[in-house]
Write a protein that binds this ligand. Structure first.
Ligand SMILES: C[S@@+](CC[C@H](N)C(=O)[O-])C[C@H]1O[C@@H](n2cnc3c(N)ncnc32)[C@H](O)[C@@H]1O
Length: 238
């Protein structure tokens, strides 16, 4: 494994700092709160992603977190999964869950997705809830190097909806989450900061443009749940 030298350091411009502020101390409650925070849609959004994978043999999953997607892919497809995750707190949980479930053809690296590199290729590169936290002008070309010809790069994340009444529902939901999760004060920063991160993010448009620029074909955007989430994917030419 090698780490690229970050030419636009995430440490300096605060992206890693933001991620630490948001997720510090939330590992053991992550899976339960992710379900609540997404109106129970996290499972559906992930199913939509999983349904687009084409007989995967070797998957790289960026921002694997506590392993919800990585471990499901390893189980469902009986394939190799490499996970990359910035925060040791989540990674420790992911590794112990993989061991408990006997998912031996998995390995997990503690690394920043902007800097991660390995002299190997993958037929699928997946990720849930990462694009808004990274510089996609760095991540996309970096990942395309590790993608096999014919392979798919697919990312999903929350998005700030465009339709005004859906924006009201979305804002209201985040305002209420703090009260609903009052027994989990470690999550307060998420309810306070995440809506603004999403309002400012242009990750969907940027990811689509970067995939095209990196030479991926059939680049597609799929809006999920009234554009409260989206999937963006493309294929490396054969
Ligand atoms: C909301 S969690 C999603 C975890 C997992 N993908 C899932 O769907 O359950 C976002 C994850 O992105 C990770 N993350 C954020 N920035 C990252 C980066 N630059 N490199 C690797 N992981 C990152 C965070 O540490 C956190 O685990």
């Amino acid at each position: 494994m090698h780490m690229n030298t970050p030419h636009d350091s995430t440490k300096q411009n605060g992206r890693e700092g933001l991620v630490e502020t948001l997720f510090h101390g939330t590992g053991t409650t992550y899976d339960e709160i992710a379900h609540l925070a997404t109106w129970g849609r996290d499972k559906k959004w992930k199913e939509d992603l999983l349904g687009r994978l084409d007989s995967p043999k070797r998957i790289l999953d960026l921002a694997c977190g506590t392993g919800i997607l990585s471990l499901e892919m390893a189980r469902r497809f009986d394939c190799h999964v490499t996970g990359v995750e910035l925060r040791p707190e989540y990674l420790d949980l992911c590794r112990s869950r993989a061991a408990e479930r006997g998912l031996d053809d998995t390995r997990f690296f503690c690394a920043n997705a902007e800097e991660f590199g390995i002299e190997e290729t993958f037929d699928h590169i997946t990720s849930c809830y990462l694009p808004k936290y990274v510089d996609l002008t760095i991540v996309v070309p970096n990942m395309v190097k590790m993608l096999e010809a014919g392979g798919m790069f697919i990312m999903q994340d929350f998005a700030y909806p465009k339709v005004p009444w859906v924006q009201v529902v979305f804002d209201d939901h985040f305002a209420r989450m703090k009260e609903r999760c009052k027994d989990h004060p470690d999550w307060n920063e998420v309810w306070e900061l995440l809506p603004d991160v999403l309002k400012k993010s242009t990750w969907i448009e940027t990811l689509e443009a970067e995939m095209i620029k990196a030479g991926l074909e059939d680049v597609t955007v799929v809006e999920q749940s009234m554009r409260m989430s989206a999937l963006v994917f493309g294929r490396k030419p054969l």
